[in-house]
Design a protein around this ligand. Sequence first.
Ligand code: ZN
Length: 91
Amino acid sequence: MKCHRDPDELNPIAESLFKIAFLRKDRGVVNLLQWIYERNSCSYCRNGAVEELLTKYGLPAEQAYECRWDCLDLTRKLMRKARRLKRRLGL
Ligand SMILES: [Zn+2]
């Protein structure tokens, strides 16, 4: 989905897409979550998309690495927690 509008106008759209993705719980929502991650400027929406991808569908390694340096502390903490859990489980 391409959008050439003001990035701040995307947040209400991203929030609605996130609600749909959160409620649907099937792999069909991965593209919605990726769109939120890549296009929306709101770091809280991005954090929600990352958490959904990470816990339900899998987060690509490159994206996981990128999230380690996210501007939002919440996202960085989520990634640290995921890395600790992965190490603990020997994955
Ligand atoms: Zn938002």
